[in-house]
Design a protein around this ligand. Structure first.
Ligand code: SF4
Length: 244
């Protein structure tokens, strides 16, 4: 893989750059973490089997298993290209680029917090052992739309008010929620997921019932931003409540 094998775009949510491989590639994220660590890269603990956050001098780099690379908080294009070139040397050297073959099981998208990932607004999780037990019969694909939308962890809690998503401090974060929803849909399509099991009440993952926008734990009818987009695209979204 060379830099010329990538399409360069500007980052959608913050200053920075996104690199998309021109051809479909898959990397083994676990393997890559091992090699990056060995080379002295600082890996954040906040990772999943599908992406890695790497702290770099200039900001932060996220490497997805699809080999999409996002560099946040950087405005110098040449520096971004150099960072990605260095990373590609390591990937090529380690022969890490390979297709990940999924076993012959159904792929189900699951809210990462339900699988024990500390990705909630207060850097905690909603571990649900009954859902984890489904991994015996299905490939569970962890996804946190709010992190994919570029929001930090921990973050200020938000609720849906009208057509917008607003934090309890009044900040409009709709753009992040919509971006996270689109990224989630891309992953769902990539893994041909027909079903998602999502966290109850969340402004991203909630299904049928969500918080009412008053930050008082009251509920109203409606779907989270990601749930709405997945349903619109024919993906069945099931609330974790069905597994409690
Ligand atoms: S966005 Fe979804 S996966 Fe992420 S913390 Fe909220 S409920 Fe969990």
């Amino acid at each position: 893989m060379e830099l010329s094998d990538f399409i360069l775009d500007s980052c959608k949510v913050t200053p920075g750059f996104e690199f998309y491989p021109k051809k479909n590639k898959k990397i083994d994220v676990k393997e890559l973490i091992k090699h990056l660590t060995k080379e002295g890269y600082y890996i954040s603990k906040d990772n999943s089997p599908f992406y890695i956050h790497v702290k770099i001098k200039e900001g932060e780099m996220t490497i997805f298993s699809s080999l999409k690379i996002i560099i946040k908080d950087l405005t110098d294009e040449d520096k971004a290209k150099k960072i990605v070139s260095d990373l590609l040397i390591l990937i090529n050297k380690s022969l890490l680029v390979k297709w990940i073959t999924m076993k012959n099981k159904e792929n189900i998208l699951v809210s990462a917090c339900l699988l024990g990932v500390n990705c909630t607004y207060n850097q905690s999780n909603n571990l649900n052992k009954k859902i984890i037990a489904l991994s015996k019969t299905s490939n569970l694909i962890p996804i946190c739309p709010e992190q994919l939308g570029g929001l930090p962890t921990p973050r200020t809690p938000s609720e849906i008010i009208g057509n917008k998503v607003i934090t309890c401090k009044g900040e409009d974060v709709t753009k992040n929620y919509k971006f996270g929803a689109k990224e989630t849909l891309k992953i769902a399509k990539e893994f041909n997921c027909k079903k998602a099991i999502f966290k109850f009440r969340s402004p991203s993952c909630g299904s049928n019932l969500i918080y009412d926008g008053t930050f008082s734990h009251k509920l109203k009818k409606g779907d989270g931003i990601t749930t709405k987009l997945l349903k619109k695209n024919g993906i069945k979204v099931i609330s974790e409540k069905e597994y409690i």
